[in-house]
Write a protein that binds this ligand. Structure first.
Ligand code: XIL
Length: 328
């Protein structure tokens, strides 16, 4: 029958951000990653802070370590992130003027993407370019590059990345574009504006990354997410989920109840994307509640531990893992 002849459906790869220290120290962590992931991404190991101890040095220790782990276990590694306002080493504050900034940006991207040419198939080129509260012409987040180069820094970054490895999926990655509310909507629209502008100028951009640090207290804007993804698709721009977790500081104390809300939000979100154009990958920002950035920023008032990730602190799967598995 035709059904029997059809090629098996391609599954959407699942992956996780990885902490280099835990990868060495915690055997159960390694085991969980190997069991569940087809993709990994360093949580901090490829940020400027880690890569650029000084202006003339590049330190690829963390990136190489994770890439070796990925290779050994048949996984792919994503790159995060070439340009971001945060995690910049102090020496970069002395970069001044358009020419110097462009030189520094180009050198960084050329060297880092070049180092992993043919081995990292997808890079976050730009992270968090959109203003916290975009309004009118004030829609980009201030950073070193915007101040010195103007908004063209974004296009330049994409061009340098494509030159360094023409086969890589080049991604613009953004947060707070998933939920119901005016701010989320404005941020989606600002991001669309950036992508459209890049497209109009024939810049090489291939996908938008939804960071997907979902704020559990808000519903997913299913309609807003679907139409956003559809508009991107019309421009031939894909989407992926890059840093999924559910921020649960304002969710119920009862763990069972909380886990259900979390899984429900993620189901709504992944369905809303898939209705318009399925994501090319789904990655969570960590795999176990044992290692998560969430409590550092979103501590619960009742003192109970956050539960933002698919496995609990003892590596037991939660409803969130099942929700993700239905899409991967
Ligand atoms: C976070 C890491 O998880 C933390 O360990 C680190 O201290 C700060 O950065 N959006 C991003 C990520 O794009 O790089 C951030 O990662 C979380 C928010």
């Amino acid at each position: 029958s035709p059904a029997a002849q059809a090629a098996p459906a391609m599954r959407i790869p699942y992956g996780s951000a990885v902490r280099g220290d835990a990868l060495v120290d915690d055997f159960d962590y390694r085991t969980a990653l190997v069991e569940h992931c087809q993709l990994v991404v360093p949580e901090g190991g490829l940020k400027w802070e880690a890569l650029r101890p000084s202006e003339d040095r590049f330190d690829f220790y963390e990136g190489d370590k994770l890439l070796a782990f990925a290779d050994q276990n048949g996984m792919k590694m994503r790159g995060h992130t070439l340009i971001w306002y945060a995690a910049m080493p102090d020496w970069t504050s002395s970069i001044r003027g358009g020419k110097a900034a462009e030189r520094a940006l180009s050198k960084h991207i050329r060297t880092v993407v070049g180092q992993y040419r043919g081995r990292i198939p997808s890079w976050d080129v730009i992270n968090e370019a959109i203003a916290e509260n975009p309004r009118g012409s004030d829609y980009l987040r201030p950073n070193l590059w915007l101040e010195n180069m103007g908004k063209g820094y974004i296009e330049t970054a994409f061009r340098r990345a494509a030159e360094a490895d023409p086969k890589v999926q080049l991604v613009i990655n953004e947060y707070d574009i998933e939920c119901v509310g005016e701010q989320f909507k404005n941020r989606r629209n600002a991001l669309l504006r950036v992508v459209r502008d890049l497209r109009d100028r024939d810049a090489p951009i291939h996908a938008v990354g939804f960071q997907s640090h979902l704020k559990g207290q808000y519903e997913i804007d299913k309609e807003g997410v679907s139409s956003f993804v559809a508009e991107l698709k019309a421009m031939d721009v894909d989407v992926l989920v890059t840093e999924l977790d559910v921020i649960d500081n304002l969710l119920p104390a009862d763990e069972k109840q909380r886990d259900e809300v979390i899984a429900g939000r993620v189901t709504d979100f992944l369905q809303a994307i898939s209705d318009a154009n399925p994501p090319t990958a789904i990655l969570t920002w960590g795999i176990t509640d044992r290692y998560t950035w969430v409590p550092m920023w979103f501590t619960r008032d009742d003192g109970s531990p956050n539960r933002p990730l698919p496995l609990d602190r003892d590596y037991k799967a939660k409803p969130l893992m099942e929700a993700i598995e239905r899409f991967t």
